[in-house]
Design a protein around this ligand. Structure first.
Ligand code: SF4
Length: 499
């Protein structure tokens, strides 16, 4: 290194006066901080504890110009939230350790969710879907019995004592006979291997029959369906012969509720370009149909937009406007006594207010891929996540980690591809995230980084995952600063009880 003649070669200690003026009553614990708005900053630690303080105070804390007697209340708030400590090693270090371990406890048992893409056939032609096939050819697009058996064998090798077998499509119910076979087989194997097993069927509900409902009821299977909003949005997004997807979905929801119970059916919505203009109408539809929650989800950028850009392409900023308008509308419902939670916000709020991990694969660090979820595709190929198999539909097999019946558990879950993904699945070690104050509330998504930015690592300043989470987390805090009632409502979403 060349040193310019006038460049300092040493760093001198500051004058003694500087240190004399520093508070000696506390030590700084590891924390991060960020500007929330013109008036407030937020300080967070790795546990997700936070303190919101007036602008300018963070600098005083960092330089230890902030004194206990300046603001006793703030001092103790910083202390109890493990931002500062009165001893070099915090007296409650064991508590910090236990809470951190709890936050990461989703890692204790490894993969729980096993997605079986039981068929790629579908009678819908939703414009944002690129995976379904409108065909009667079961041999080509249904999962073979051999692959079902091999998938169950792998699922039983998961170290996790609690596993979920989720049937997806295409339209999963078109392969109902295979679902029946798979459930029966998995139940026997779960008994032998001492595992608790839960079942989920993702379905548009169009093919549901009394026979299917009886089976679902008998085996306590949860139903997850799609409801994109009112008729004019749902039927525009989710095309099928007769253009009656909306009617069939509502009819199916009613049937499921009457046989299975109100809480056994959940619905998801996908935001198309048309939906962007109608957040309130979509939310009203969910309230009118008796749902207590709604998940405002953007379209996944896994090649869909390429297929139908007019209907599917929009910028993340447009989705964020939609989301914010929707969230305020949802809060207004709650203020009028109607309990309605927004699921994405609820996941983040659980991270903000509780020491518990969230079971949502897209907001975990280490990422949910493999750690929480794995996908067995209809053709026996194994993918790191649902999004990873969607990428494969565009002939990009980057995240194909093995094949059922060919590769062993270790080759799939600990092979070279899994190791490559693991290098970028912790936001604690990603540039941009590692010093971000929202890192404990956020996650890592190497699959999304790869799809949108060309590599697994990603580049935060232009990353849509980052943009979305940064804006939404900030907005949640802003809403809580603006109105204490919002904070009370948010906390009720975590507990599920209206206070
Ligand atoms: S993705 Fe963005 S918001 Fe999330 S932790 Fe990383 S830098 Fe922060």
């Amino acid at each position: 290194m060349t040193i310019a003649p006038n460049q300092k070669q040493t760093r001198k200690f500051k004058e003694a006066e500087v240190y004399k003026n520093q508070s000696d009553s506390y030590y700084l614990l590891p924390f991060k901080f960020k500007s929330l708005n013109n008036n407030y900053d937020i300080i967070t630690n790795d546990l997700g504890d936070f303190v919101i303080i007036a602008k300018g105070i963070v600098h005083k804390i960092v330089t230890k110009q902030f004194k206990k007697e300046d603001d006793l209340e703030l001092y103790y708030e910083l202390l109890v939230n493990f931002i500062i400590s009165e001893t070099t090693v915090p007296e409650l270090l064991e508590v910090i350790v236990a809470r951190y371990r709890t936050k990461k406890s989703f890692l204790d048992h490894f993969t729980s969710l096993h997605i079986f893409v039981i068929s790629l056939r579908c009678e819908h032609t939703c414009h944002y879907c690129q995976v379904s096939r409108v065909t009667q050819n079961k041999d080509v697009f249904d999962m073979s019995f051999f692959h079902i058996d091999e998938g169950i064998k792998l699922m039983m090798q998961s170290p996790n004592p609690n596993v979920t077998m989720e049937f997806q499509g295409g339209e999963a119910l078109l392969a109902f006979e295979r679902i029946k076979y798979a459930v029966a087989k998995a139940k026997v194997e779960a008994e032998i291997n001492n595992k608790n097993i839960a079942f989920v069927i993702c379905t548009n509900l169009a093919p549901i029959t009394d026979e299917i409902l009886d089976f679902v009821n008998e085996h306590e299977i949860l139903i997850s369906t799609s409801l994109d909003g009112p008729k004019f949005i749902h039927n525009e997004n989710r095309k099928r012969p007769g253009n009656n997807s909306y009617e069939l979905t509502l009819d199916g929801i009613a049937k499921c509720r009457s046989v299975l119970g109100e809480d056994k059916v959940s619905a998801l919505m996908t935001t198309s370009a048309l939906s962007l203009k109608h957040p309130k109408e979509i939310i009203d539809e969910y309230v009118n149909n008796g749902f207590a929650n709604i998940f405002l989800r953007p379209i996944s950028p896994y090649g869909f937009a390429k297929y139908n850009p007019n209907k599917n392409h929009y910028f993340i900023e447009e989705f964020l406007d939609f989301y914010k308008e929707g969230l305020v509308h949802i809060l207004n419902y709650n203020k009028q006594g109607v309990f309605l939670a927004e699921d994405y916000a609820s996941i983040i709020l659980k991270k903000i207010f509780t020491p518990f991990p969230v079971g949502y694969v897209d907001l975990q660090s280490p990422a949910g891929v493999l750690n929480s979820v794995v996908v067995f595709n209809y053709d026996g190929k194994v993918y790191a996540s649902d999004e990873a198999r969607m990428i494969a539909e565009s002939k990009d097999f980057k995240f194909q980690i093995g094949e059922l019946g060919k590769n062993t558990y270790n080759e799939i879950f600990y092979g070279d591809k899994a190791l490559e993904i693991s290098e970028t699945w912790c936001n604690e070690s990603l540039a941009g995230c590692s010093d971000c104050a929202f890192q404990p509330y956020c996650g890592a998504d190497p699959v999304l980084n790869y799809t949108t930015q060309g590599d697994l690592y990603g580049f935060r300043p232009t990353n849509i995952f980052c943009k979305k989470n940064m804006e939404i987390i900030k907005f949640l805090f802003e809403l809580m600063i603006e109105d204490k009632e919002n904070e009370r409502i948010f906390k009720s979403w975590i507990t599920g009880f209206q206070s």
